[in-house]
Design a binder for this molecule. Structure first.
Ligand SMILES: Cc1cc2nc3c(=O)[nH]c(=O)nc-3n(C[C@H](O)[C@H](O)[C@H](O)COP(=O)(O)OP(=O)(O)OC[C@H]3O[C@@H](n4cnc5c(N)ncnc54)[C@H](O)[C@@H]3O)c2cc1C
Length: 382
């Protein structure tokens, strides 16, 4: 029976979900807080490490132009412009994508979170979705594809806030896009990069190019681990773009050029603004003076609009609890987890976490895997 399906988020997962629901005969509304592809536009010049053919579903591919190059490694913004925006504007999605519609609350019509908990009566009430612009939507099924990268995590000791951060004249740089935008201003400056994941590796590679062009630039790289090569390398990594960035960053760290200093077993404890200079205290009282901080310590999903939904959220990943248990042993995004339909349920009938939202803080999300999970969810609700 056709259902009313509301999709939250216009990233790759939201667009794929909306197309998949339409193909199954459902009535779809997709609500996006900004413009479609908004989170991909924060990547700056960073490219997907997975080729385009892995980042679209067969349904998306069919609707795209004939000049589709499946091997292309697009930047996030290129993907938003060439894939998501055209799909949102043309049939069958045309008129069903509501941009500038930020979801601020979801509930069951007339029921609070605790009403009829676990009772079949609860599932009979439509979902009511309230947006920041006062628009209200009702739906039988909600697919929350709002992404796992909504809120930058604090970059202090153990993921807690850095003491003194409110005194900073400018907040730290938190996305690769913001780093690219700041590049001119950072020429010849001292920059502290925090974090040891792929985004930090990208940042080190970008900043090292800047330091080679403007030799007075200085970079301090603070990483939690003690390894000579701080970024985790995937043995025989089949994704050449990812391998190249991680290798380059690790080579720089293991034999640092004059512009780079690596502080290992280092977390940020305190910062203090002194005129233009930021005094940073790292683990063990190590002191560093810098002009800017770029912190790549990860993100977390935003659950603020879920207060009246009885969804089971993982205490570890902040994504779906059942999915978190199913993928607990997956260590790299290319190892495809075996996930059953019940692992994708949230505990609130008809409400699903989809795409990277379901993975939350877990680093093993890959679009291709998310798309396969989406098909299972759509089959289950159809
Ligand atoms: C630098 C970088 C490189 C990456 N490279 C790859 C790669 O090569 N391959 C890969 O598979 N993955 C990669 N990823 C992971 C990548 O983020 C995801 O694959 C992809 O963006 C996930 O798509 P999504 O639709 O699940 O979430 P997002 O792309 O995060 O989309 C979520 C959307 O929801 C919207 N939204 C959020 N809150 C609300 C709300 N309250 N109301 C309405 N709308 C809302 C956001 O504005 C956004 O448009 C990379 C990530 C980063 C940061």
């Amino acid at each position: 029976m056709p259902k009313r399906v509301a999709v939250i988020g216009g990233g790759p997962s939201g667009i794929a979900a909306a197309l998949g629901a339409l193909a199954r005969g459902h009535d779809v509304a997709l609500l996006e807080r900004d413009a479609v592809g908004a989170s991909l536009r924060t990547w700056g010049a960073t490219r997907f490490f997975s080729p385009l053919s892995m980042n679209v579903t067969p349904r998306m591919r069919e609707l795209l132009d004939a000049d589709f190059d499946g091997d292309a490694l697009l930047t996030g913004a290129e993907y938003a412009d060439r894939v998501l925006a055209p799909l949102a504007a043309r049939e069958p999605l045309h008129g069903r994508v509501f941009e500038r519609h930020e979801v601020i609350a979801i509930g069951r019509r007339g029921l609070t979170r605790g009403d009829y908990a676990g009772h079949p009566l609860r599932a009979e009430r439509l979902f009511r979705i309230v947006c920041a612009n006062d628009a209200v939507f009702e739906a039988d099924v909600v697919l929350d594809a709002s992404g796992g990268l909504r809120i930058p995590r604090a970059f202090g000791l153990g993921g807690l806030p850095v003491l003194g951060e409110p005194t900073l004249a400018h907040g730290p740089i938190r996305t690769l896009g913001a780093l690219a935008d700041a590049c001119d201003a950072l020429r010849g400056k001292r920059v502290l990069v925090v974090g040891g994941g792929h985004s930090a590796a990208h940042a080190i590679v970008h900043l090292s190019a800047l330091a080679e062009a403007a030799p007075s630039t200085r970079i301090v790289w603070a990483v939690r681990g003690a390894n000579r090569r701080p970024c985790e390398e995937v043995v025989n990594d089949p994704l050449p773009e990812r391998r190249a960035v991680v290798e380059r960053a690790n080579e720089l760290a293991s034999a640092p050029p004059e512009f780079l200093r690596v502080e290992r077993r280092a977390m940020v404890e305190r910062v203090a603004q002194h005129d233009d200079r930021i005094a940073v205290t790292l683990t063990g009282g190590r002191a560093v003076d810098v002009d800017a901080i770029a912190a790549f310590t990860g993100y977390r999903p935003d659950a603020a609009f879920l207060t009246e939904i009885a969804a089971e959220v993982s205490p570890v990943t902040e994504g779906g609890a059942r999915l978190a248990r199913a993928i607990a042993n997956v260590t790299d995004c290319l190892s495809v987890p075996s996930v059953a339909a019940r692992d994708l349920e949230s505990g609130e009938p008809g409400f699903y976490f989809a795409g990277s939202r379901g993975y939350g803080r877990s680093k093993t999300f890959l679009l291709q895997t998310g798309f396969a999970q989406l098909e299972r969810i759509l089959d289950a609700v159809s």
